[in-house]
Design a protein around this ligand. Structure first.
Ligand code: AVI
Length: 322
């Protein structure tokens, strides 16, 4: 049998700070929940399903671009690079990419440890000579892969950050994350990143208000996550999903709207009242113009860029270099 892949745990053992930030967000006059809390086991399953919806165009559009330009993109990557999949999830995107590119090794980074181990084992089965390393880490807070990358110092890293997850950060957070990636790039590192592009409003709004209600279920599930983490007593039946495009900020805003006045207990020491119609912001999903995303990359320290897009210009895959 193939040995289990190596797994490094870089998560801080104490989650107290995380819980405090969650509580602080809920107690602000404009309540908010960081979208990273969507992804418990049920949230991950709902997300996987919603990515397959016809209305949710980003996943299949991005996959189509990667397929169509696989030859060109892989030719632009440094040969024998260390492939670092940020937010690797079930590693399916990396796995399909291995048909086109042979890295010196694969490093999968995600917050869900058991999941990564199983997924990397899955890759290792198909590619027994390829070294696979899993890193359990919340890279949105801290990226600490320098020692790991230094083990294979001759191979520069290619950071793979697909899915337009960068769009879930505001500009400053996105810059911070991109700069952290840059610190790991050295002179020869690269970043292959997906960004969702501005497109006609009905297409964007339908993607976040799908007719099967999967996005609504995904959004409401975060209240169950909060209940568990904070020993809170949110009633998901007393909130409804909403997603609207905010043209001024070029982003979809997902909300959970209180359908009646209510008092929610947030653990043993905090209580939050909601008026009817008051809402919690659960996610921003930024949509970029190609030039706007290029500027963000350049400002972060990645001035050299190439972009591939689909025929309608709905999604961009950028290869960025210092
Ligand atoms: C993970 N992220 C890029 C998704 C997005 O489109 O912003 C999360 C999502 N929210 C609702 N549907 C999908």
């Amino acid at each position: 049998a193939t040995p289990l892949p190596r797994l490094e745990n870089l998560l801080p053992p104490d989650q107290a700070k995380e819980k405090q930030q969650l509580l602080d967000g809920l107690m602000q006059s404009q309540a908010s929940i960081n979208p990273k809390f969507f992804y418990d086991e049920i949230g991950c399953q709902l997300f996987t399903r919603l990515c397959e919806l016809e209305e949710y165009y980003p996943t299949r559009t991005e996959a189509g671009i990667l397929r169509h330009y696989a030859g060109e993109i892989s030719a632009a990557l440094r040969p024998q690079a260390q492939w670092v999949d940020l937010g690797c999830g079930d590693c399916s995107k990396t796995r399909s990419w291995l048909q086109h590119f042979s890295p010196s090794r694969v490093i999968g980074v995600d917050i869900a440890g058991d999941y990564i181990r199983a997924c990397l084992a899955n890759i290792a089965d198909g590619y027994p000579d390829l070294e696979c390393v899993g890193v359990i880490s919340d890279f949105t807070r801290r990226l600490d892969l320098k020692d790991l990358l230094a083990e294979d110092a001759d191979s520069p890293p290619v950071f793979f950050y697909p899915g337009s997850s960068i769009g879930n950060f505001d500009r400053n957070q996105a810059l911070r994350l991109l700069r952290r990636i840059l610190e790991h790039c050295g002179q020869r590192g690269q970043l292959l990143i997906g960004a969702d592009l501005v497109k006609p409003l009905p297409v964007m709004e339908a993607a976040y208000n799908d007719s099967q209600g999967l996005t609504a279920a995904f959004n409401l599930n975060v209240l169950r996550v909060v209940n568990r983490l904070l020993q809170a007593d949110f009633n998901p039946d007393a909130f409804e999903h909403s997603a609207v495009y905010d043209a001024r900020n070029s982003r979809i805003e997902m909300r959970l709207i209180a359908t009646r006045p209510q008092t929610v207990r947030l653990g043993s020491s905090a209580v939050r009242q909601f008026r009817r119609g008051e809402y919690i912001i659960t996610e921003h999903s930024h949509k970029y113009t190609p030039a706007g995303f290029g500027l963000l990359l350049a400002e972060a320290g990645f001035p050299r860029q190439q972009m591939w897009t689909d025929a309608r210009g709905w999604f961009g895959i950028f290869l960025a270099e210092p």
